[in-house]
Design a protein around this ligand. Sequence first.
Ligand SMILES: [Zn+2]
Length: 462
Amino acid sequence: MNVVIHILTHTIQPKSIAFLKALHDDHILDFYFQSMNQTPTNNNLTNLSEHGLGARDYFHFQGFMSLPTAQSNFKEIRILFKSDRIQSHSLPILNNSIPQTNALLVLMSTKKSNDMKKDNSTIRMCCQPKQTPRKFEKNVSAERQGFILSTDKKWVNGTHLTYCFLGGPESQRKVVRKAFQIWKNTGIGLTFQELSTTDEALVRISFKQNAGSWSYVGRDILQIPLNEATMNFGWPLDTDSYGMTTALHEIGHTLGFQHEHQNPFSGIVWDRNAVIAAFKKAPNHWSIPQIEHNILNAIPQDQVKGSAWDWKSIMHYAFDKGLILKPAEFHRNGLNPPGVLSQLDIQGVKSFCPESRLEEKQMRAEQSRAIPAKSGKQFDFVFEAPATAKYTFATSGTFDTVMVVSEKNGPSLEYLSGDDDSGTDHNATITLPLVKGRTYIANIRVMYAPKGSKGSICVKRV
Ligand SMILES: [Zn+2]
């Protein structure tokens, strides 16, 4: 049975309401709400105004939940907020009415909004490690560099991202697993799998307290030695809903997202001294280079696709009033992203890793297949090994490409190897032992194809 519930709720601590649980008897269901871009109806506004709240004081959330047994077994859904700032509510199920009605709840606090506003300066923020900027040879044109940099950190669609935990309590691991699932549920073509050992895990997650929370960005992870973490959580994830916000944010980095408040198209003008003063002190205790790296320095324009600024993004920090000079509304009120995936986060991840992809083209040994000259596009090829032997997958032509070879393992893919020839005169080449009768996929992302150029792929027995 599927239930859809709409909730209108006070916005003051939207992070507090992103992570909910629905309880019935001995069933405990994790229950996740996504903020909606819809404006509530007049009826709802009437309800709110009775409590002295205006239209700007609340958000609209929509939640989806599947109940595990027949609906007649349920008498109520209890929605528990992991925050004492917002009352918990029960939703009666009478005559099976909930599934049909998209029940509406108006959840109120008895306090006025300003009294409830939590000071963002008490929140610890993600602090990203510094990565050396990519350097190109002199003969790589500015246009070519731009195309390469815009997709440089993104995973090839279809990549099977394995992850493992380096320690950490089970209650916190659970939040991270759930966050991976939430990203997956947006409908992306990447897949995630937890491994129990670190040997083969691409993403390695530690819980070193007081080492800050951070994650390397996208394919930068491949540069990190296998015995080191690629993501860390430096504060407990299981004490309030900010834990889920943190997990979604760090996984966002792992998927290839950078900080949205550093979007060069944001138009944000910082009060530099105020920002430095706010982040130098407790609880963050950052140095000026860390503050510049994580907040004040805009990301180079050529690393950003599109020009939209999304302050609701999960990749955007919350800022107290006074830190942002412009836009003026955020100077006056501060900026408080909802702490959940925004519509543009979902659109963004699906634009480079959509769930449904172009049809895979069959390849035979020694037979070359053309790769279309389309910068930024991905093409997928299937190869069934005719014999157990070593084979080489090789691209040719003047394209810049990233190639990933995986083995088909039921519905999912197992990552075997990858090669990136971007910005060089080489062509992506991977040699691997393959097993007779098994199916292999070569995913090729064309990062840059100069005008009039041609490229192809061929697989040959070594
Ligand atoms: Zn971050």
